[in-house]
Design a protein around this ligand. Structure first.
Ligand code: HEM
Length: 209
């Protein structure tokens, strides 16, 4: 009875905590001890950005895997993965604001307006924040059906982030294109659901006219 479902969930959660939290801890340890190479600011922005995107894609992989292999219990670790996605994205934003812009808020708002890749990153972050805040069970219960509608925006966030990544690079486009492809594959699993969502949005628009 060692591998009961609740033990498997517990084990998975421990693995997620270790593999998401320890790299972040070691990143800042190396950064504050001057061991991150010639451009530590770029390095922390890069690490947290890629980390957030990896975690977002892993979160989106859970439900197709649970469905295909009939492992329903996997759905119970989605919230934890989503919260780590948000935490990495939050640190990505903090790194940019504190280390790159030296907390120059006016410059930050300028960047949001002037650089399309920052605008898109910011929109993605606002949606991620909404998903993280509403992931609490008490809020989920209160929101009823609109909770699922809001959480479907994770697909939209993935598209925004792949565009943000693609636009942020100057020359090396192989990895952003690879991530874009991964995003498309993951969204293709939800083809029917996404089609229904888009159709229902159009129907609502037509009815409101
Ligand atoms: C909160 C608003 C955001 C800001 C201000 C921001 C800012 C930046 C900046 C300055 C870069 C580096 C560009 C360069 O190399 O010069 C970057 C890259 C990147 N960002 Fe963001 N970002 C934001 C949101 C996000 C979110 C929500 C994600 C993922 C969930 C993300 C993922 C990435 C990735 C994957 C890269 C490429 C990393 C690299 O190769 O260096 N960003 N972002």
């Amino acid at each position: 009875m060692l591998f009961t479902t609740s033990n498997k969930i517990l084990l998975l959660k421990v693995v997620i905590h270790l593999s998401a939290f320890l790299p972040l801890l070691s990143l800042y340890y190396l950064a504050f001890n001057d061991q991150l190479g010639a451009d530590p600011v770029q390095e922390v922005i890069h690490f947290t950005g890629i980390g957030a995107f990896n975690l977002l894609l892993v979160t989106l992989t859970v439900s197709p895997i649970a469905k295909i292999f009939k492992l329903g219990y996997l759905l119970q670790v989605r919230r934890l993965l989503g919260l780590y996605t948000f935490s990495y994205a939050f640190m990505h934003l903090v790194n940019f604001l504190a280390f790159d812009l030296q907390l120059a808020w006016s410059l930050f708002f300028n960047e949001i307006v002037k650089r399309p890749y920052i605008t898109i990153g910011m929109i993605a972050f606002v949606f991620l924040t909404a998903l993280a805040v509403t992931s609490l069970n008490s809020i989920k219960r209160k929101m009823g059906k609109s909770w699922q509608r809001l959480h479907n925006y994770s697909y939209f966030i993935a598209i925004l982030v792949s565009v943000h990544f693609y636009w942020s690079v100057k020359s090396e486009i192989i990895s952003p294109l690879f991530y874009m492809l991964l995003t498309i594959v993951l969204l293709a699993f939800r083809y029917k659901k996404i089609k229904e969502l888009i159709l229902s949005m159009f129907v609502k628009k037509i009815r409101s006219k």
